[in-house]
Each structure stands twice: as C-alpha cells, then as structure tokens.
Write a protein that binds this ligand. Structure first.
Ligand SMILES: *[C@@H]1O[C@H](CO)[C@@H](O)[C@H](O)[C@H]1NC(C)=O
Ligand SMILES: *[C@@H]1O[C@H](CO)[C@@H](O)[C@H](O)[C@H]1NC(C)=O
Ligand SMILES: *[C@@H]1O[C@H](CO)[C@@H](O)[C@H](O)[C@H]1NC(C)=O
Length: 496
C-alpha cells in the first residue's frame, strides 16, 4: 500500500511521454494571451513587434477559457530573461532572444508568478509545457559589438561559434546549419557551441533546475535542427525524461523523423505544409496529404508522440490564406483527429487572420487573444470543444483502448476529400468550402455492418451498410466526424 502510494506520487510529479499521448495542447504566446487585470481592450498592434502586456498571472486567471475547450495542457513562450529592447522589431516579447537563463523575463512576471501558474495548472490536472531555446542568445546591436559578459551562464566568447550566417540554400551542409548563426536582421543571435562539453553540461544543469523549480511537465524545443543531434539525449535525461516536442521546421518527414532517435517527439512539420495546402483551396492536393500520412508513419519511430498542428507563431494564419470558415473547420478537425498530440495555436479558435499583413505571417500572426473578448460562443471555439470531447471519449472508451496507438488509415481520398479512420473515429474532410455542392459520398469506413453512427458535429445519426460503408451526406464543404452511437455514452456529445 505504502509503495504504490509512493509510486503514484512520483508519476504525478514527472509527466512521461506516455502520459502526454492522451493530452491536447493549447499553444500560448505569453505576451499575447492575457493581461493581469483581465482587460479585453488593452491595445496591441501585433504588427509592431513590441510587448503587449500578457503575463503568467493573466494566463492563470484565464485558464477556464482554455479548459472550457477541453485542453489539458498549455505550451507557453520561453520564460527566460530577454534582451532589453522595446522598440518595434527589437523586443523579445516572443521569448526567442534570451540573455539570462537564470532570470525570468520581468514583462511576464516573477518566478513566483510562474510557480503559481504551474500550481494552478496541476490543481486542474493540466500540464505545463515550456518552450526552451539552446541554440542561441540574443544581442541588441551589431554582431561585431557583442559584450558576451552580459549572458548567463555562458558569459564568454569562447562558448560561441564565430559569426557566420546560416545559408538555408546550402541545406545539405550540416556544419552550416549547426554552427552558423540564424539570420536575424536587427538582433544578432550568437550561436552556442553546444557540441562543447562545458556548454552541454551547463545546459543540463540549467534544464534540470528549471524543470524542478517550476514543476514543468514537458518542453517544446526551439530550433532543434540548428543543434547537433548528439546534444539531445543527455539533455532529455537531465530534464528527468519528461516529454519534449522539438521544432525541425522542414517539410520532409524523413528529415523530421530522423530526430526521433534523439528526442521523444517532434512537431509534425512532415505533414504541416501538405495539410495546409490541402485545405487552402479547391485545388489543394488531397492525395499528397494522404501520402504524407503513410510516410510519417513509416519514417517516425512513434507517430503518436508527434505534435500535430496547423498554425503557430512562425507560420501564416490559415484564415489569411483561406478566409472561408468551413475550410478552417476541416483543417482543425484533421489536426485534432490525426496521429499525435493535437496542438491548437492561440487565436486559431477565434479565426484570427493576421489582419494588416501582406503574408499572414510573423509578426501579424501574433494577435492578442484578449481582443477577441475570449468569446466562448465563437463557432471554432465550439468546434474545438467537440473535437476534444470525441477524442477524449475515444481514448477512455474501454472497447477502444488502442485509440492512441492506432495509426490513422486513409479510407478514402479523391480530388476534394480525405477520409481517415483512427480507432473508431472516422473523419470525412473536404476542401470544397461553404460553396460546396450537396452529394452523397460512399466511404469504406470499415465499421461493423449495420452499425448505428452519430456524426458528432451535427448530431445527425445514420447506419453503416452491410459492408460497413457510410453514405456521407456532403454539403457546403462541412467536415463530418463519425462515432458509434452506442459508445458515446458519457461523452457529453449530442445529448449523451
Ligand atoms: C559548410 O558550411 C561551413 C560553414 O558555413 C563552411 O565553412 C564550409 O565550407 C561548408 N562546406 C561545404 C562543403 O560547402
Ligand atoms: C532554481 O532554484 C534555485 C533555488 O532558488 C536557484 O538557486 C536556481 O538558480 C534556480 N534555477 C533556475 C534555472 O531557475
Ligand atoms: C498532388 O501531388 C502529387 C505529389 O506531389 C502529384 O504527383 C500530383 O500530380 C498532385 N495532384 C494534383 C491534382 O495536383
């Protein structure tokens, strides 16, 4: 009895990769989610690239909004102290220009505020994922005027590679990618010699303390590809083996998945570009997306540990690329029901569109969430809620224990549609948009013959035919998500 209690306590403290598989993550850019006093009118011009005022306390007081959508984890910006600038384009409001690993960025709050956020999350049985950067620091000035003594703990030039800029056209040259500096117009990013023992050990000490000081459950790793692969295993061990999801921002599944020999998880960039392309317009390529499902599954050691996403702070808002809300519905449904741990980027649920930009991207794609008024009646907010419910139900469903390990199967693909089956969830997704015609699509969904099904977004019911096919009533490009009606008991969906 005593022993099992002790084991329980330990597992409650450190969240393993296995523990993360069933979670879903809401990605927060700390400066842009919520201000301390709960204001929904605090001005924030995302295009300026300056601090807007979001804080740890702000997040803590707005967790109902996130939990209300069914998320049980958040990913927040790097918490470390940034460069001092606050002029347009020269502020570290995003957290990727750190100088002091041992101090918390004061704009976001204090160390105690961060601890209070962590505590509140755990009281709600939610997980805290913190973004961390090991590839570089930030310097406000020119690359030949750097005072290395300001950095902590790596306070000497000898800890850094000499200046050269990464040339992304020379992609096959790993020395260039790993040892040169990330290009950055106004703020040079001094590149750490992560291959040196002193630097690697320094990072191990730091991450072990950071994870323990703030009871962090998981890490998002920035710029993984710009650090040599051998750096990662000891870093993972030093962090106590908690789950990590790394950024390899490259569209080839083989390249992304090759890092899974070194790290638990990766953001699924191997699917991302095909996914956003597929739903961007009626000429999006569905078969390319279908192919990527299979290549990710064959290239990655464990697709269930990938982070599945369709927007983030470095990519165009999808609503900028395609303003039709029905397209966003299909995209979100794919993101949340495919293999891996779903991640929704703050503002995606409010159909944010990077207003004022010429490409939908950084810095305009970092709109303040408070300006939406945290509208829980927004249609995508409600959609995300339902998708989290159907996924959670499938995971809990005792007849469906294998949901998380079940690898998505493409059961139908044509010019405008992809249908996937994962466990007992069948999602039929379209890129025809709200102008799409009404027609009936035969999908070989592999249900039990004559099984009664509920389409959980509309709550319409139908019955599979004698071969387990579904006659899907397509209309206005709407996504359709099927689940056996008898197994919806207790799901909170469609009156169950
Ligand atoms: C690879 O990149 C490094 C750093 O830029 C450079 O010194 C080296 O010459 C490159 N190697 C080749 C084969 O181009
Ligand atoms: C963790 O907390 C200890 C004790 O307060 C402190 O000395 C140490 O610097 C902290 N480390 C980090 C990375 O925050
Ligand atoms: C979709 O992409 C595949 C692979 O890139 C290509 O072979 C095919 O022609 C494309 N289909 C359409 C309709 O563009």
């Amino acid at each position: 009895m005593f022993l099992s209690l002790a084991l329980l306590t330990t597992s409650a403290l450190a969240a393993s990769s296995e523990d993360w598989k069933s979670r879903s993550i809401y990605q927060i850019m700390t400066d842009r989610f919520a201000v301390d006093d709960g204001s929904t009118t605090e001005p924030c011009d995302a295009g300026l690239g300056t601090y807007c005022g979001g804080t740890f306390n702000g997040i803590r007081k707005r967790l109902d909004y996130i939990q209300g959508m069914g998320f049980d984890a958040i990913w927040i910006s790097p918490v470390t102290k940034q460069i001092d600038g606050d002029e347009p384009g020269r502020a570290g409001y995003h957290g990727y220009w750190q100088q002091d690993l041992y101090a918390v960025e004061p704009h976001f709050g204090t160390a105690d505020d961060l601890k209070a956020l962590s505590q509140e999350l755990h009281d709600r049985d939610m997980y805290l994922m913190v973004d961390v950067v090991v590839n570089h620091n930030g310097w406000l000035g020119s690359s030949d005027s750097i005072d290395y003594s300001v950095f902590k703990p790596f306070n000497d030039e000898s800890f850094y590679h000499p200046y050269c800029e990464i040339n992304f056209d020379d992609f096959s040259n790993t020395t260039n990618i790993e040892e040169c500096w990330l290009p950055s117009a106004q703020v040079p990013l001094p590149d750490l010699r992560t291959e040196d023992d002193a630097v690697a050990k320094g990072y191990q000490t730091w991450i072990s303390e950071l994870v323990s000081n703030y009871s962090i459950d998981g890490l998002r790793l920035d710029t993984v590809m710009e650090v040599e692969k051998d750096f990662w295993p000891d870093f993972v061990a030093a962090a106590g083996g908690i789950y990590m999801v790394g950024e390899v921002a490259f569209g080839d599944p083989g390249t992304v998945c090759s890092y899974q020999d070194y790290l638990p998880g990766l953001l699924d960039y191997g699917s991302f570009f095909k996914l956003t392309d597929a739903f961007q317009s009626t000429s999006g390529n569905m078969s390319d997306l279908a192919t990527s499902v299979a290549s990710v599954q064959s290239e990655c050691n464990d697709p269930s540990l990938l982070g599945s996403f369709s927007e983030n702070h470095d990519q165009p808002r999808f609503a900028y690329l395609n303003p039709d809300i029905v397209a966003a519905e299909n995209l979100i449904a794919y993101t949340m029901l495919t293999d891996g741990i779903p991640i929704i980027y703050e503002g995606q649920e409010q159909h944010y569109a990077a207003e004022g930009s010429s490409n939908g991207n950084d810095p305009y794609n970092r709109e303040a969430v408070w300006l939406s008024g945290y509208n829980t009646d927004a249609s995508l907010y409600k959609l995300v809620t339902k998708l989290n419910q159907v996924r959670t139900n499938a995971i809990k469903d005792h007849t469906n224990k294998d949901y998380l390990e079940y690898q998505s199967e493409v059961v139908h693909v044509d010019d405008s549609t992809i249908a996937t089956r994962k466990g007992k969830i069948v999602a039929v997704l379209s890129n025809l948009g709200s102008e799409g015609d009404s027609y009936t699509l035969d999908v070989a969904a592999k249900y039990r013959p004559n099984r009664k099904l509920t389409e959980v977004l509309s709550c319409e019911t139908l019955t599979a035919d004698g071969e387990g096919h579904v006659a899907v009533p397509m209309e206005g490009g709407k996504p359709k998500v099927y689940y056996p009606t008898a197994l919806l008991k207790g799901s909170g969906l469609c009156g169950h």
